[in-house]
Write a protein that binds this ligand. Structure first.
Ligand SMILES: Nc1ncnc2c1ncn2[C@@H]1O[C@H](COP(=O)(O)OP(=O)(O)OP(=O)(O)O)[C@@H](O)[C@H]1O
Length: 238
């Protein structure tokens, strides 16, 4: 397994505030990783650091063997980071179809193919972004990340605030993307037990550091680790 993304001893945060304190992580080609942890433990900061949006004070980041530590965010996106931020980042004044065609890059994930994956979006292809439900907006955000044909999909809490039926639809789409199609992905999620069946590996963050790492299957079976690092509340929400 060759490393696609290597984060080595990264120290990063916002301005003078350090959030990630010497964090290291590796994602292999074609692998998927669940990034877990309680609120405020640094998950979003890690995703934003990979995208080049935080203040980096130390460490290195390599994508596909290339050092991107000092690479500007737009260039990192072009090099293959398909980021879906928590706030989704769709164009609300463009139609669903325009949201995709405006940014699509040639490759296996064409707008047609993502419409096949998300029939709800296909039905609403002429609707403006601001006419979509929260779940449809989230599907469009994932679709937008796919049509740039990234090397890695970075999903930041894709299930947050969505109705159970939409959660299930999104989970089955994510399963197709990461399991069947083998696209590399890092998925930030609060609902550990929902996402772990889909991912290969898992990492739990606490106070900006990795406190648990291993296979998703091992974590699913480790009730003590789930309790200790994610809290009993995790079970109540799944
Ligand atoms: N823009 C910012 N400026 C300063 N501090 C920030 C900023 N964004 C986040 N932080 C701080 O960084 C720490 C980690 O936040 P982060 O959003 O990465 O956590 P998280 O694990 O993604 O949590 P959540 O599940 O709540 O999104 C928190 O203490 C937070 O207050």
């Amino acid at each position: 397994m060759s490393a696609l993304l290597t984060i080595d001893k990264v120290i990063a945060g916002y301005g003078e505030a350090v959030v990630l304190n010497g964090l290291s992580l590796t994602l292999g080609e074609g692998r998927s990783l669940a990034l877990l942890g309680r609120n405020g433990t640094g998950k979003t900061t890690l995703i934003e650091t990979i995208c080049g949006l935080t203040t980096l004070k130390g460490g290195t980041i390599h994508l596909g063997g290339q050092d991107i530590t000092r690479t500007r965010p737009e260039r990192r996106a072009a090099l293959g980071l398909g980021w879906v931020p928590q706030e989704r980042g769709i164009f609300k004044s463009l139609t669903v179809e325009e949201n995709l065609t405006a940014i699509a890059v040639a490759g296996p994930w064409s707008p047609k193919r993502v419409f096949d994956m998300f029939p709800r979006l296909a039905e609403r292809r002429g609707n403006l972004g601001n006419q979509l439900s929260g779940g449809e907006q989230q599907m469009l955000a994932v679709a937008r990340a796919l049509v740039i044909n990234p090397k890695i999909l970075l999903l930041d809490e894709p299930l947050e605030g969505l109705a159970p039926i939409i959660v299930d639809e999104l989970l089955s789409a994510i399963a197709r993307i990461v399991r069947d199609e083998g696209l590399s992905a890092i998925i930030v999620e609060q609902k550990a037990r929902k996402i772990l069946p889909l991912t290969d590996a898992a990492v739990i963050l606490d106070r900006g550091a990795v406190v648990w790492e291993g296979t998703s299957a091992a974590l699913m079976n480790d009730a003590a680790a789930l309790d200790r690092h994610l809290g009993v509340a995790d079970r109540a929400h799944t």
